[in-house]
Design a protein around this ligand. Structure first.
Ligand code: HEC
Length: 127
């Protein structure tokens, strides 16, 4: 009889501390939600989303600086001398011999225009 009561108490303590642990981790989670979130500096959606979704960032880097990759040397889009129309043309037909793929048929025309505008207006290094 005594043994059973001791066990009940032990179980009750275990249950209580489990609740304690649970609420403590609950607090930690809440903190993560508000304070540890990465600061998103670039606006979501539109050209930015397309630039990420279609893999431009793999060769041109998230900020467009480009660099060496398996395909070739990704152009620095921040300083491209091309006009917006020419940028759209390159995205459409690529420069396949140099490692820039053609996205015709993979990205619709409207999104290509959006990407060209994004390259010229948002990635561009501001003077
Ligand atoms: C597989 C790697 C790769 C991917 C993916 C890629 N590019 Fe390129 N891109 C390149 C390379 C390499 C060049 C440089 C070609 C050259 O030397 O002329 C280039 C050149 C360009 C140029 C011409 C810039 C200039 O000034 O001549 C534009 C514009 C461009 N890329 C936009 C994009 C966009 C937008 C995407 C996403 C839809 C994209 N690229 C995806 C590799 C890539």
């Amino acid at each position: 009889m005594k043994r059973i009561r001791t066990m009940t108490i032990t179980l009750a303590i275990a249950a209580l501390s489990a609740v304690g642990v649970w609420s403590a981790s609950g607090d930690a989670y809440a903190e993560t939600e508000t304070e540890d979130r990465p600061v998103i500096k670039v606006p979501r959606g539109g050209g930015r989303a397309a630039f990420e979704r279609h893999g431009c960032i793999t060769c041109h880097m998230p900020d467009g600086r480009g660099g060496q990759n398996e395909g070739g040397y990704g152009a620095d889009l921040r300083v491209t001398p091309l006009t917006e129309d020419q940028v759209a043309f390159i995205i459409t037909y690529g420069r396949t011999s140099k490692g820039m793929p053609a996205f015709k048929g993979l990205i619709d025309e409207e999104t290509i225009s959006l990407l060209a505008k994004y390259v010229k207006e948002d990635l561009r290094l501001k003077k």
